[in-house]
Every structure is written in C-alpha cells, then in structure tokens.
Design a protein around this ligand. Structure first.
Ligand code: ASP
Length: 324
C-alpha cells in the first residue's frame, strides 16, 4: 500500500531525528546488559571492557546483570529494546549454542542484533571444592566415573559456557552426573567454596584467583594449549580426552535497527578499549588476551557467530539436550 504524503513526512521526520541523535550519541549513560550474575566471569569481562569504553564514549557504561535461563533472558531483553545505542549486550559463546538448545528461543542471534565486535577468548578450568579427594586429572576422571550418582556439577544454566563444558565432558567420558543450575557462576562459585556442590568447569576470569589462593582444586584447562598464567595445569586434551576444547569467546551487540553512526561509535570505543594497557594487563592477569583489533569489528563477530552456530548445532543435537 502506498504511503500518504503526511505519513511520508512523519516518517522522514523520524528518520531525520534518529540521524541527528546518532550524531550526538551518547548523551546519557549506556547500559551494558550482562546475561549472568554479578561478580562472575562474563560480568568481569563486561566491567573491564565497559569501563574502558566509557573513556572514548565520554559517558558512563553501566553494567546491568540480567541472569537466568543460561543467558537467554538477558539477550532477549536487548533484542526487544529500543535500538538507540543505550542498551547494548555483552554475551559469550552461549549466543551460538542457544539456538540448538532452546526449541522456543524468543530471539534470533543472527537477525535481532547488530554486531559491534569480538572482545576476548577465555579458556575454562575444571575445578572442584577444596576438599574434593582427587589430586590430579587422572584421579579426578576415575573418581567422577566411580561416584557419578553422588556428585553434583554446578553450571550457569542450559546455554551457559559451564553447561556446554559439562555437556561435552559427560558425553566424552560417557558418564552422566547431576547438574545444578545457577544464574551465573559467581553464585555457583560461592556454593563450591561452601562445599554445597562438588565441581564445575568455569572461565579462568572467575577461577584464577581461587586456584592461586588454594581455595579450590584445579585439574585441567579446556583450551588446546596450556594457559601461561596457570602453567601447571594440563589441558583436558593432553590428559586423555583428545580434541576436547572449549574456549569462551565474547562479543558486544546492539539491538537490530541501531543507527550505523551509533554502531560506528561503539566499534571505535571497543577498539580503543582493547588498546588500553590496563585492559590488557587485567585480561592477562586473568589468563586471557583481548582479541586483536582486526577481530573487534562487526564483520568478525558476525562471521564468528555464524560459524559457531554451525559448529555447535550438530554437537548439541548429538548430545540430545534441549529445553522448550
Ligand atoms: N561462567 C558462566 C557460564 O558458564 C557465566 C557467568 O556467570 O558469567 O557461562
């Protein structure tokens, strides 16, 4: 149906207003939604990068934690938000596993967002409560298999990285164990430290301090090579489960329809933040590296998301786990 002249004028005025707003953006604080609990690894990445992005944006970047349903609630919140650049999302690998895990996912990762760029790749560690009996990965494997009905594995819900790591681990060792979902691995870590749950697989950004402080037992890392800040930990792949690899990549997104001028400002701020020596140092201390500048781009994040959705879909289908 053809638009009447008055409607066309109103539409043109709206587009012009959005364009003008995009030029002056940002004029108020930006909210970075993190789809997991405060104090956890995704939150740590968000606060590190968001804190540095605010220097070039000239506005505060507030972090809001919207945990639950393995990260899908927070992502959905941003998918439905006004596309004006004020809500943005920092999410991880879960953005690519959710489509295979949730039969009724209420957002489309490839269609409902504009990508800003990749942030950092974070390895995971297999850890347990401090008084867990095994002392190395070999003993851990044998102990878990022998006691599977008595043990509990903490994760951040279906679709989280800790869920993915546990799912792959269970399928590779052909052993099922009871899983306990949390809104993030910060509360899961509290229960692990308190001995209410037995073990979990979580990002180095959450576990390095606890491992170095001797508060938890650590058995292995999930990357294909050892992590320089935790040199004594073997990889799971070198410890008898060849090819096992989970590295948690992170990206920044804005709702679909966010003006290109706003997207460009967010990309520039992300790239500046990744060059910031304090960001590099903080990531380095936590066992990870910020991505190179070439990956802090919309194109690199879009390509990563597409290839990871294609990679994890069949693996998850084979493992046979999903939710409605
Ligand atoms: N580490 C969590 C995960 O398993 C998320 C978090 O709490 O940041 O995905």
């Amino acid at each position: 149906m053809a638009l009447k002249p008055l409607r066309l004028l109103a539409l043109a005025a709206l587009v012009a207003a959005a364009g003008a707003q995009a030029q002056t953006y940002p004029t108020k604080p930006i909210t970075m939604i993190v789809p997991f609990a405060a104090g956890g690894p995704t939150d740590t990445v968000a606060r590190t990068i968001g804190g540095a992005m605010q220097k070039s944006l000239g506005q505060t970047v507030l972090v809001e934690n919207v945990g639950g349903a393995g990260g899908t609630l927070g992502a959905e919140r941003v998918a439905r938000a006004a596309p004006d650049g004020y809500p943005i999302l920092l999410h991880h690998i879960g953005m690519s596993t959710a489509p295979a895990l949730y039969r009724n996912l209420r957002f489309k990762p490839m269609e409902d967002f504009v990508p800003i760029g990749l942030v950092a790749d974070v390895p995971m560690t297999m850890i347990a409560r401090g008084n867990f009996p095994p002392n190395n990965f070999k003993e851990f494997l044998a102990y878990v298999k022998a006691n599977k009905d008595k043990l509990s594995y903490a994760n951040a819900g279906l679709g989280s990285a800790s869920h993915l790591c546990g799912l792959l681990f269970m399928s590779r060792i052909e052993t099922d164990f009871v899983t306990v979902p949390y809104k993030g691995t910060a509360p899961a870590m509290n229960d692990l430290l308190g001995g209410q749950v037995d073990f979990m697989c979580d990002q180095t950004t959450n576990t390095t301090g606890q491992i170095k402080g001797g508060k938890v037992k650590a058995y292995a890392v999930t990357s294909s090579t050892r992590v320089p800040s935790l040199p004594d930990l073997p990889t799971i792949a070198e410890s008898g489960i060849p090819g096992f690899e989970v590295v948690v990549w992170h990206g920044v997104y804005a709702p679909k329809g966010t003006p290109k001028a706003v997207q460009d400002k967010l990309v520039a701020a992300l790239q500046d933040a990744l060059k910031d020596p304090t960001v590099k140092q903080r990531f380095n201390d936590l066992g990870t590296d910020p991505v190179p500048q070439s990956k802090a781009t919309p194109e690199a994040l879009a390509a990563q998301l597409k290839s990871e959705i294609a990679k994890w879909g069949p693996i998850i289908q084979k493992a046979g786990q999903y939710a409605d």
